[in-house]
Design a protein around this ligand. Structure first.
Ligand code: ADP
Length: 320
């Protein structure tokens, strides 16, 4: 029996990761290609766990774009919502961890294909068949991609989907922190489920402590579930009627890239055919234990996509 469809909307790109760490971008002797992009990671996370996932977004009609579409396909993600742009190229990111521990980013996005998705290019039939519609692109601020986002969200909602949002704040990509905050909050009340990290909570509330009052200050009446992920401290959850926290698993962490996407994919996978988690705290806690396990496993291997777990990987950690 196959599960209901989860559609993830946004960008897919390639991170170029230096073969040597602790050097600046200019000094890197070479780069490895690591496919990523949070919305694409979420789609693959769902598919790897055995769920039905589709990715909606635009890629360049170039070598990298076709490579990424192939990766989605190989991982069992439905690709009927992918468009290819004839002119613009696939987004690229160069990410290095400098010797002083600072992360350095350089993006090829001027503009990249993902930012050019037009509202009229959307596969609305696919989007309307989603039971859960997840979004959280870093291109949510730029046109025409912003309009495409809003149209897709509306179509999914009208067709009865649950809307899930992860802001994926990447400050260097925004014109200013004020604009980032304003744009994120402008679509905040459209979502039923929101996942933010502790860093995003601090950024959005302007408070330097993470407490329930801060999280609840971000509550809106349409919201059904707010999650705050805390890395090795697990996660906190908030619904209209209850809130609490679920501890993380102890694992040998190598690289935390993709942990949040893995967490979201696992949560959506478990929720798509059983929305009782929104009202039943014990059930929600079980699902969040599963999502924490998936997040933890993703930190034990380098990269995001290669580190996303299968259901049996997660069950193994839950049993240990
Ligand atoms: P994001 O990637 O969005 O910043 P987190 O880093 O908080 O999200 O990770 C999401 C989830 O993955 C956490 O809630 C936690 O369950 C798990 N996780 C992340 N980092 C670790 C870690 N170092 N050890 C164990 N679990 C982790």
């Amino acid at each position: 029996q196959s599960s209901s469809l989860i559609v993830s909307f946004g960008e897919m790109l390639i991170d170029f990761v230096p073969t040597v760490s602790g050097v600046s971008l200019a000094e890197a002797p070479g780069f490895l290609k690591a496919p990523g992009g949070a919305p694409a990671n979420v789609a693959i996370a769902v598919a790897r766990l055995g769920g039905r996932a589709a990715f909606v977004g635009k890629l360049g009609d170039d070598e990298f774009g076709h490579m990424l579409a192939g990766i989605l396909r190989e991982n069992g993600v439905i690709g009927d919502g992918i468009n290819f742009d004839r002119g613009a190229r696939t987004a690229l990111a160069f990410v290095t961890l400098r010797a002083d521990g600072e992360r350095e980013f350089m993006f090829y996005r001027n503009p990249s294909a993902d930012m050019l998705l037009q509202p009229e290019e959307l596969n609305l039939e696919l989007i309307r068949s989603a039971k859960v519609f997840h979004f959280g692109s870093i291109s949510l601020i730029v046109e025409p991609c912003r309009s495409a986002h809003l149209k897709a969200m509306e179509a999914a909602k009208e067709a009865g989907a649950l809307l899930s949002y992860d802001p994926n704040l990447r400050l260097p990509l925004w014109p200013s922190p004020e604009e980032a905050r304003e744009q994120i909050l402008s679509i905040w009340n459209k979502a039923d489920v929101i996942k933010i990290s502790d860093v995003e909570l601090e950024f959005l509330t302007g408070s330097d402590k993470i407490d329930d009052a801060d999280a609840l200050s971000l509550w809106h009446p349409n919201l059904k579930l707010l999650l705050v992920t805390l890395g090795e401290k697990g996660c906190r959850y908030y619904t209209k009627t209850f809130h609490g926290s679920v501890e993380a698993f102890h694992v040998q962490t190598v690289d935390t890239t993709g942990a949040g996407d893995s967490f979201v994919g696992a949560l959506l996978c478990k929720m798509v055919d059983d929305q009782s988690v929104l009202e039943d705290e014990a059930r929600l806690r079980d699902v969040l234990r599963f999502a924490n396990a998936c997040g933890a496993i993703t930190t034990t291997k380098k990269g995001a996509i290669p580190a996303l777990p299968t259901e049996s990987d997660a069950l193994k950690l839950l049993k240990d």
